[in-house]
Design a protein. Structure first.
Length: 193
């Protein structure tokens, strides 16, 4: 029987993580190559948007990952706050740069798709703005945890910010249904073009 709680200490977790890294890189490479092949060479051309819609295959995955990583980061931060484990804070801090990168990619690819489809790079709609707030939450978490020298205080301050920021995730997800601003912004920008 495996005692999983023993892996909550960095001294036992790091050797296990080191052994798993090559396997995770191989899985990542395989899935990334398969996904890119299907999205760019197998999927048919959209009859309304043409080839420009293919960026959505990257955009949607990046958007989902930015939200999912924030939830996982907040989970680890909350675990560290509840159980006072150092590894939990380290996990949250390790996830933040990757989540920020996915949030940036989501915003960037959305702008690249929006320009030819709507005629504008940016529309101040609820989903885009809340995704931008998510990027700022990631950057704020990174800045806050690195600004405090004491690791325990840094973990607690970051955990509070991460847990408060979780409220933004359902706002991003449900924003189109709640406010329906994405379609209005698109029609406004199309009438201007």
């Amino acid at each position: 029987m495996i005692h999983w709680f023993k892996f909550s200490a960095p001294s036992t977790f790091y050797p296990l993580a080191g052994k798993l890294i090559p396997w995770f890189w191989a899985l990542f490479a395989g899935f990334a190559l398969a996904g890119l092949w299907i999205s760019f060479f197998v999927a048919p051309t959209d009859f309304q948007q043409g080839e420009g819609y293919r960026i959505i295959f990257i955009h949607v995955g990046a958007s989902w990952m930015s939200m999912f990583i924030y939830l996982v980061m907040a989970f680890w931060a909350g675990m560290g706050l509840a159980f006072n484990t150092r590894l939990s804070g380290m996990m949250a801090q390790a996830l933040a740069p990757t989540g920020a990168l996915f949030a940036f990619i989501s915003l960037w690819t959305g702008a690249l798709w929006g320009k030819p489809m709507w005629g504008t790079w940016w529309v101040w709609d609820a989903r885009l703005t809340s995704e931008l707030i998510l990027l700022f939450l990631y950057i704020g978490f990174i800045a806050l945890t690195r600004a405090i020298d004491d690791s325990r205080r840094s973990d607690k301050a970051g955990a509070i910010l991460a847990l408060v920021g979780v409220v933004n995730i359902p706002i991003i997800y449900f924003s189109v249904k709640w406010w329906n601003t994405l379609h209005q912004g698109a029609s406004v920008s199309l009438t201007r073009a």
